[in-house]
Design a protein. Structure first.
Length: 512
């Protein structure tokens, strides 16, 4: 759940006056309680590791059961870790201690040192690195008994580096941007008020999306796909689909991940990335179907759509917050004055609700858009492997595939559905079924929350297989999705114009 983590970390780095520890002596209490809490969660991780290693040593035949329990507990402990650090910051006084101890004198007043807000979520970073070091042994033991090919498990340092790289790119990059902006606000307030700075800080997000692929390659250690039959097939397929990209890249995860993704807005800075394991474990036709899914994202303009959606949405949310602030500040009615008095008591906390608002909004609205776009890309994956015969029963060497991926046939759909099914199998996802009603409901909710961007695998597969004997439903889906995208983007545009007029465009620009 990187998105949840990103917003929790951003919230921790905001200029909030964190509360004091529960008892005196304050500094010692904050420090002692936090160190104790961190030690307890690391001990829990250690206990899980020991259980996995010992059980597998004693009875390797329990490997599937152990793997399932390990994954379940590790996910559970992820939330325990976040909860523990939140408690340290909010109740044990860690946030207060960090802000108090890291002051420096600047311009005749005490200021938080540059980038010192990162010390507030510091306990989380300690837990995270500790967990990577601890879980390594459990992962290695599981790797041995699950026989993931003949590949040896990677050394501890490489495993650590792999995790650090992923975390840096997906979580720390946005957090670092916010922290840099806050540091500049403190140490160069005049600069941050200039128009050039404002425009630059607004342009950061689109620029990041545009140049992310160039950053991603060295950060994740991605390598160009070596020449060979797979690359030749992808190149031929790209030509048939009229798709251009800068390169096909391989992500060496030592068999840890079965995944593929596309990144980049423009063909010159666009990459299609495959992990080592998906290239090794998927048969050629299913791999081509997965490649087709990624091409589908580009063909349907999803990356542009997401960039536009995020830019518009964040502007609308900023305008909405400004509008509400102005409304409450200018109101004169009795109730509003009372509300204002009440809010005054939480003054130092008011940076937090907008973060919660953005998180919830992305989860619900972006989730809805993303799941529909994933289905559209799934359909493009099916079309990539489809012939022109809508009632075909199978393909052979003589099958002719139409250029551009313009047809849909039952065999193409089944090929792509098999690929999804295999990825699900290899990832060990959604295996469990049965159990009591409440457990089933909880599992379904959890499955949905985890799959908020893609939708649960089983639903994606069921939808596609259902299409094989009613191909006419596909154009209807495309029309509905087009209408959904138009309504969504137009609503955002209308909301932005209305709010911009209400609060004044200059004020809105200044507030961004
Ligand atoms: Zn996708
Ligand atoms: Zn066919």
């Amino acid at each position: 759940m990187p998105i949840l983590l990103v917003f929790v970390l951003i919230a921790a780095c905001l200029p909030v006056e964190w509360p004091q520890p529960p008892f005196a002596p304050a500094r010692e209490a904050a420090f002692g309680l936090t160190v104790g809490a961190v030690a307890i969660v690391l001990a829990l991780a250690g206990a899980l590791r020991t259980w996995v290693v010992r059980t597998l040593r004693r009875d390797p035949s329990r490997r599937y059961e152990v793997a399932r329990s390990y994954n379940k507990w590790r996910r559970f402990l992820f939330f325990v870790n976040i909860g523990t650090v939140t408690t340290c910051v909010l109740a044990f006084g860690w946030g207060w201690l960090a802000q108090r101890e890291l002051l420096v004198f600047w311009n005749k007043s005490a200021q938080l040192a540059p980038f010192a807000e990162l010390a507030v979520p510091l306990p989380y970073f300690v837990i995270l690195i500790g967990c990577w070091l601890i879980y390594y042994d459990a992962e290695r033991a599981l790797h041995r008994v699950l026989h993931l090919g003949d590949r040896p498990f990677w050394p501890r340092s490489a495993y650590l580096l792999h995790n650090v790289r992923q975390f840096a790119l997906m979580v720390m990059l946005p957090v670092a941007l916010i922290v840099t902006q806050q540091t500049l606000n403190r140490y160069a307030p005049e600069t941050t008020r200039t128009v050039v700075y404002k425009v630059a800080s607004l342009a950061v997000v689109p620029c990041m999306i545009l140049f992310m692929p160039l950053l991603m390659k060295p950060l994740l250690g991605l390598k160009s796909m070596p020449p060979g039959p797979t690359r030749d097939r992808f190149e031929a397929l790209a030509k048939r689909l009229d798709f251009r990209c800068a390169d096909f890249l391989v992500w060496n995860t030592h068999g840890a991940s079965i995944n593929a993704f596309i990144t980049g807005l423009l063909p010159r800075v666009r990459y299609v990335v495959f992990t080592d394991r998906i290239l090794e474990d998927l048969p050629a036709d299913e791999l081509d179907a997965v490649f087709g899914h990624e091409v589908g994202h580009a063909k349907h303009g999803h990356i542009w759509l997401y960039a536009g959606f995020l830019t518009l949405s964040l502007s609308v949310l900023a305008a909405l917050v400004l509008f509400l602030t102005k409304y409450i500040d200018s109101a004169t009615s009795e109730d509003m004055l009372r509300l204002r008095m009440w809010l005054e008591g939480f003054k130092s906390w008011l940076a937090l609700p907008p973060v919660a608002l953005v998180t919830a909004y992305l989860f619900v609205v972006f989730g809805a858009l993303s799941r529909r776009c994933e289905r559209q890309a799934d359909l493009f994956g099916c079309k990539t492997m489809s012939c022109t015969d809508p009632v075909c029963t199978g393909h052979d060497e003589k099958t002719v595939y139409p250029p551009g991926g313009s047809c849909l046939c039952p065999t193409g759909i089944r090929t792509f559905a098999h690929a999804l099914d295999r990825v699900r199998e290899l990832n060990g996802m959604e295996h469990e079924s049965g159990g009591r009603a409440l457990r089933r409901v909880l599992r379904a909710v959890w499955g949905w929350l985890r799959a908020w961007q893609h939708g649960p695998m089983s639903q994606r597969i069921a939808y596609l297989l259902g299409l094989t004997d009613r191909l006419a439903d596909e154009p209807r889906f495309q029309r509905r999705l087009f209408a959904f995208k138009c309504v969504l983007m137009l609503s955002l545009l209308v909301a932005l114009v209305a709010l911009g007029e209400a609060v004044g465009w200059k004020d809105l620009f200044d507030a961004m």
